[in-house]
Design a protein. Structure first.
Length: 254
């Protein structure tokens, strides 16, 4: 917040760290705050809850009195929770359809990116009308085409093509997998990795498991048993040597 007080920005994009209701960012309670809720799936269940309704309740917790809420079409269970929170807080809800955007940016392929971009553009439209400034949609699309998002389907081409993405739950992995085909996959093992393998398998020439840097991966790694569905490398230097010698030219790292 030191940056904010020193620079007085006109607008801020503040992303919740985890969930929403109990997140430290939820201390921002200005009436002009716009709440944006992206597609909700099963994520951080040990903290947010075991059902979509519980998780949605945490995420919708960012909605406060008389604020504008922008979201996309969600699972009916999720929508009911959001709508109830909106009703309780006397907020205004806008549900945005996914726009059929023609975006050449290779980082932004896939339906999930169309949804997120549609939400972002909707926020800009609402702000421009509310605050009285002109939005040039063509310049906005130019900016979208030129932007780079580190770690979000980030493509790096060297002797091989590498696609880096931080997808770590079934919802995000399904979205990511829908954008690739016939690739090698390097998957850092965390809880629930077996379901992620099932999602990735139809799109992968080969799947390699390796240790995640987080201590959370220690127990899942102990449970790994030999399988025809994947290779496992505990030694990452050995993994790198194997991938370099592989005939597979495109690798997804997640």
């Amino acid at each position: 917040m030191g940056f904010v007080s020193a620079n007085s920005p006109e607008y801020m994009v503040v992303e919740t760290g985890l969930g929403g209701l109990l997140d430290t960012t939820n201390t921002i309670d200005r009436k002009d705050k716009i709440c944006v809720i992206t597609p909700i799936g099963f994520d951080h269940m040990h903290i947010l809850g075991n059902t979509l309704e519980e998780i949605a309740g945490q995420k919708a917790g960012i909605i406060q009195e008389n604020q504008v809420v922008i979201t996309c079409n969600q699972d009916p269970k999720v929508m009911r929770v959001i709508q109830e929170r909106v009703r309780q807080k006397k907020a205004k809800l806008l549900v945005v359809d996914s726009l059929d955007l023609d975006i050449p940016n290779t980082q932004l392929v896939g339906e999930y990116n169309k949804v997120n971009l549609s939400l972002a553009l909707a926020v800009c439209i609402v702000l421009s009308k509310r605050d009285g400034w002109d939005l040039d949609i063509y310049k906005a699309l130019e900016a979208i085409n030129s932007m780079v998002i580190p770690g979000r389907r980030e493509v790096i081409k060297k002797s091989k093509t590498w696609i880096f993405d931080g997808a770590h739950n079934p919802q995000k992995m399904k979205a990511l997998a829908s954008t690739v085909d016939n690739v090698g996959v390097i998957l850092a093992v965390k809880e629930g990795y077996k379901e992620l393998i099932k999602i990735l398998k139809p799109h992968a020439k080969e799947i390699i498991l390796t240790k995640h840097l987080s201590p959370e991966s220690d127990q899942p790694i102990k449970d790994i048993s030999p399988s025809s569905e994947y290779r496992f490398f505990a030694d990452q230097e050995e993994l790198i040597r194997y991938v370099k010698s592989s005939k597979i030219q495109t690798w997804l790292v997640t």
